[in-house]
Ligand binder design. Structure first.
Ligand SMILES: Cc1cc2nc3c(=O)[nH]c(=O)nc-3n(C[C@H](O)[C@H](O)[C@H](O)COP(=O)(O)O)c2cc1C
Length: 339
């Protein structure tokens, strides 16, 4: 253990951090106050208590603006948020605004507002309330519930997180003689094979347009800004392409898909290039085809795991390419998508 503390000495911030090691889901609890006001807040203190009778609990800070409303409400509803509801969680964690404005609601008993598209919902009747230090603990009898298959939003260490299924292969013991050898577990193999198989699905579209991978990279980078200098291009393609980008630019120019811009680029930035109209059409068609391939792959992976994968790849890039700049950081005036 890196930190030990006793009740007499411990620091509240450290106590919070220690509690935050317990990963939870995220819920929004709603009720209709006796005067008809709708109240709701984000809460991760939710937990199950009993299966028979069906009971759940959560606790509310005694300084909550909704304290009196929940104290007096006979019914309340717990909404377990799905992975794509982080924004809704943020909205219900802010005090003093109309949290329900513009939301499409169902109505539960006693006018309880019910949010839509959650991972699960439990409609409850208050069974007991207990004081618990600076919180009031509510125990509710579950009257009804529904759920869908969406992945849950997770809260851990004071931040939102992703939950993803573990691959059964992750827990398989690896034989000692394989531990030091090149194999299926090697990151380079997994990344390389993923890249190769993914691009194998895009390449037929490039072949139809008579373009190489390099030419496609340059062509698609040129959609990010009206003109790109040679130095912009090398930022954009840094880590994706080596000095083959110059050859690819010249080939695009030779085929009438790009041209040297009449606008001079800044000092030391080299020549500037822009797409011709046919280059723009070609780029948009190929990007749309590449995005369609991406959608099919990500749909099979599922929304949540797709988010997890992208988040981890971004973190990997931050580790192995910490100085890496991208054109996205400064891109302005991208070429619009086809309608
Ligand atoms: C992930 C997360 C979990 C939270 N859990 C609780 C909780 O269990 N109980 C609580 O009283 N507040 C909790 N809060 C804080 C409330 O959502 C926040 O204080 C809210 O503004 C209270 O609104 P109100 O004062 O309008 O009732 C949590 C906030 C977040 C972001």
């Amino acid at each position: 253990m890196s930190t030990t503390a006793t009740a007499a000495t411990f620091d509240p911030a450290e106590f919070r951090k220690a509690l935050g090691t317990f990963a939870t889901g995220v819920t929004i609890i709603t009720a209709c106050a006796p005067d008809g006001t709708l109240v709701g807040l984000t809460a991760n203190s939710f937990n199950s208590v009993s299966l028979n009778p069906p009971l759940v609990l959560w606790s509310l800070a005694t300084n909550s603006l909704s304290l009196e409303a929940f104290r007096g409400a006979e019914y309340w509803a717990v909404h377990v948020l799905s992975a794509d509801q982080e924004e809704l969680s943020g909205r219900f964690a802010r005090r003093g605004e109309d949290k329900f404005a513009g939301l499409d609601l169902d109505e539960g008993p006693g006018g309880t507002p019910l949010l839509k598209n959650c991972a699960a919902r439990f409609v409850c009747r208050t069974a007991s309330q207990y004081e618990g230090g600076d919180h009031l603990i509510f125990i509710g009898e579950v009257l009804s519930f529904d759920r869908d298959e969406s992945a849950p939003l997770v809260f851990h260490g004071g931040r939102y997180a992703h939950a993803t299924r573990r691959d059964p292969a992750d827990s398989k013991p690896r034989s000692a003689h394989l531990a030091g050898s090149f194999g299926e577990d090697f990151l380079g193999y997994l990344l390389g094979r993923s890249h190769f198989r993914f691009f194998a699905q895009i390449r037929p579209h490039l072949a139809d347009a008579g373009l190489s991978d390099e030419e496609f990279y340059v062509l698609s980078s040129l959609t990010l800004k009206p003109t790109l200098s040679e130095s912009d291009l090398s930022i954009g393609l840094n880590g994706v392409l080596d000095d083959r980008s110059q050859q690819a630019v010249q080939s695009l120019v030779g085929r009438g898909l790009a041209r040297r811009s009449p606008e001079p680029s800044g000092a030391d930035e080299g020549a500037a290039y822009e797409l011709t109209e046919s280059g723009r059409q070609c780029a948009l068609r190929l990007i749309a085809a590449a995005k369609a391939v991406e959608s099919q792959v990500l749909e099979r992976l599922g929304y949540n795991d797709a988010q997890v994968l992208k988040s981890l790849l971004n973190r990997l890039l931050a580790v192995i390419d910490p100085e890496g700049k991208t054109l996205w950081d400064s891109a302005s005036g991208p070429v619009s998508e086809p309608t």
